[in-house]
Write a protein that binds this ligand. Sequence first.
Ligand SMILES: Cc1cc2nc3c(=O)[nH]c(=O)nc-3n(C[C@H](O)[C@H](O)[C@H](O)COP(=O)(O)O)c2cc1C
Ligand code: SF4
Length: 678
Amino acid sequence: MPADPLLQPFQLKHLTLRNRIIITAHEPAYAEEGMPKARYRAYHVERAKAGIAMTMTAGSAAVSRDSPPVFNNILAYKDEVVPWLRDLADACHTHGAAVMIQLTHLGRRTRWDKAAWLPAVSASHAREAAHRAFPKKVEDWDIVRIVKDYADAAERMQAAGLDGIELQAYGHLIDQFWSPITNDLDGPYGGSLDARLKFTFDVLTAVRERVGNDFIVGVRFTADEALEGGISKAEGLTISQRLRASGMIDFLNVVRGHIDTDPGLTDLIPVQGMPSAPHLDLAGEIRAVTRFPIFHAARIPDVATARHAIKAGKVDMIGMTRAHIADPHIVRKIIEGREQQIRPCVGANYCLDRIYQGGSAYCLHNAASGRELAMPHAVSRAGTSRKVVVIGAGPAGLEAARVAGERGHEVVLFEAMGTAGGQIRLTVQSSRRKEMIGIVDWRLAECERLGVQLRFNTLAEMSDVLAEKPDVVIVATGGLPHTQVLKAGNEFVTSTWDIISGHVRPGREVLLFDDAGDHAALQAAEIISAAGAKLEIMTPDRTFAPEVMAMTLVPYLRQLQSRDVTFTVTFRLESLAREGGRLLAAVGSDYGGVHKERRIDQVVVNHGTLPLDALYFDLKPLSRNLGAVNHDQLLAGMPQTVETNLAGAFQLFRIGDAVSARNTHAAIYDALRLVKDL
Ligand SMILES: Cc1cc2nc3c(=O)[nH]c(=O)nc-3n(C[C@H](O)[C@H](O)[C@H](O)COP(=O)(O)O)c2cc1C
Ligand code: SF4
């Protein structure tokens, strides 16, 4: 068999990278007080252990105080960062992985009301839509101090024992100097390309003076802003050659696009339903032109595409960043011939969207990522095998069955339908979101591998469960849409599920009342508007679809804005009445004093689900724990020992939407957290 191109080493200056797969810079927002502590370290070590060649830690670690963190970034301007990074680097080096860090000054891509309340700076007053700060235009003394800050930070990284640094250019201060859109300075830092690059070379010169020639330094940059008036591809190629010719850098990390808006960011880092590897060819062109080490990442979610990128000579090192959030053990699985067991990244982008909403990066369907200190990526076997019955093969039930299988238990999984998937079956009705089925298919394959007995088309009743003589029963029966939320006229309402499943055809003039703010509303809206209806999406919230988050919203809006759809925020549908063959909607507002009307022929309500919990309550009196969960034990990672009914024959638990309406991550986390200790 020919050698796998992905597993061949790569020589980067003095550094031998053991294979071609890297994790590119991504700030998962795990820093504590701006420092990469135990949680941060454990996250990278898990991936180092499993064989990654290099991990580019942090994302946008801040070199200056006036580059305050926008998503809990590492503070590279503090000396105290050195020991924390040394611990991280040492731990990853022990497992054979190289460790670098991305440094940046965010320029205008931040807010002035963070950290020290210093004004944001940029090469013009142009505001970045995404972060909203109106920046100060840099003065000469700003440039001098920021150049020094870069050098100081680089020296700290070298002192921490890292293998190198990457300067983040795209969308940040360095490329705010590059791009004619964001640089209206006069000379010597504005005007010609040479002048716009001067800040970069000042930084590189200062960095090299400080760290010497042996330390690895790269630049991550956009070689084509794909924006009118911005850096063109021709200019990007020239910049690539200039950077290489400077002799001050060791690799180029190429991206394409711009990140000043949510749609721009989403084209640069595509989400599910968008093409794979869209910028790989550009990276290949730059490699061909510069003949220089090229790194690249942009939606290379699977090993086959990564292998192609290396084999075809497009890049030297291929980033599989979100793929490693979904499954940190990719390289190990390739080496061991277990590629088919890789948990697929389905492009849901929950990870990246969350950091912009102020949270940690979590994978929609791997609840262990970012929780390495408490949650296992590989579940250990239990001391004693038990009989576990799971009811419901949605994400929660499948995860419970999978984890119980890993524990070595005998597992029976009942599902009323002929197929697994629960609400994900509805999600994949949208062709854009078909990849979500990977969440189900991977778990089904794992369950089969682990010998879980799958009983489809079985609406399990109490007798079915008891006939199994279980030690543990886990109810994961999910929920059904809750639409009865109006003061009057609930009988006229349709659910988003009815629209998505095709059970109800869209009307001609439709009001979609959404106070859950999740995917179901927008997915139904896509179907309704695609059918040619005039659609109004109404929410009492200040923004619509708050649970969908920034980048995931982009493909929806690209559909909906091109159709007959209006968005009404801060209004509440109160009641409905029949009026001839149509519906008369009374609309109010939580702010009070407003009464409006709408005449439409269909009303769709999106208000989450109510639990399907009848079986749970039937079983509850027969259980040893009466359904109770000891939260202290659950959160401490200990087995559940509640025994409130000694006559009971089994432990009983309820997880996912069978408890309350939440999301896929919550359902899967419910299952992993509980079952890993059973
Ligand atoms: C949670 C998260 C945070 C990120 N933060 C940064 C960052 O700070 N700097 C950067 O250059 N890229 C950042 N990225 C982008 C990644 O480096 C990578 O380019 C992107 O995820 C596309 O690669 P992938 O499809 O392999 O995930 C981030 C990505 C994620 C998922
Ligand atoms: S949340 Fe989605 S995009 Fe992010 S790692 Fe998980 S599957 Fe991939």
